[in-house]
Design a protein around this ligand. Structure first.
Ligand SMILES: C[S@@+](CC[C@H](N)C(=O)[O-])C[C@H]1O[C@@H](n2cnc3c(N)ncnc32)[C@H](O)[C@@H]1O
Length: 224
């Protein structure tokens, strides 16, 4: 368990949250038991942990116990690619190189479906998981892929698209904004503003992953 380079706190395992936005993913790790340090190119006054303004790829991972990255998805998402100006950056390979080269035993890379991330563990030693809001009893069809350095079990409840989810993005009727606020509340990111919420990872996803990382860490410690 390390000391936070920003506030000096110690007592919880320390997680670097790269491309943190307003902290949807970060809050999940906080709830799982980590101390979180977010990095983003834009100021994030609503981030629920310690925050550093800057390019995540320049950040040092020395002294951290774990790392998560949510690099921009525009290059990987069919929907977003049409709105992107120029060539949006593809940062997943650079992030994976940094994480694998850091010696960290616990790391996670998140992105949209369509990104080059494994959906499950494979024979070559990669680990991945695909999560949906319905697995956590949330009224959301919001699929996200997570590549992980250690295996993470699927939630007990499977994905269930038999009920109609909230879908504010296609609702142009009067009241669409109210619906978007309800959607953010349902995601568990009620403190966020509109564009922050649209990019966020529901904290339930990373709380599940964070708990699995902590369980893996204690298994590794027991084995050593
Ligand atoms: C998908 S959003 C992150 C969402 C966040 N993980 C959440 O769950 O709320 C991507 C973020 O990456 C930031 N970003 C883009 N390039 C960056 C870079 N090189 N270094 C740090 N942050 C960057 C953007 O400002 C944006 O806030």
């Amino acid at each position: 368990v390390s000391t936070c380079p920003v506030c000096g706190a110690s007592g919880r395992p320390l997680l670097a949250d790269w491309f943190c936005g307003a902290g949807g993913a970060g809050l999940g790790y906080l709830l799982a038991g980590f101390h979180i340090v977010g990095w983003d190119l834009e100021p994030q006054p609503r981030y629920p942990g310690c925050f550093v303004l800057g390019d995540a790829l320049e950040a040092s991972l020395d002294g951290y116990d774990a790392a998560h990255a949510s690099p921009p998805c525009q290059a990987y998402s069919l929907n977003m690619r049409c709105f992107a100006k120029g060539n949006p950056p593809q940062l997943i390979d650079a992030v994976r190189d940094r994480f694998q080269g850091s010696g960290l035993k616990l790391w996670v890379i998140e992105n949209v479906v369509g990104a080059p991330l494994p959906r499950q563990s494979d024979l070559w030693g990669a680990h991945g998981i695909e999560l949906c809001g319905t697995m956590f009893d949330l009224p959301l069809w919001r699929h996200r892929l997570f590549e992980t350095s250690v295996p993470v079990p699927l939630p007990r409840r499977g994905c269930d698209h038999s009920t109609q989810p909230l879908n504010p993005f296609r609702d142009n009727r009067p009241g669409g904004h109210t619906l978007e606020r309800r959607y953010r509340a349902a995601m568990g990111v009620g403190w966020m503003q509109k564009m922050e919420g649209r990019q966020a990872v529901p904290p339930a996803y990373t709380c599940h992953i964070g708990r699995a990382l902590l369980a893996a860490a204690s298994d590794l410690e027991a084995a050593s």
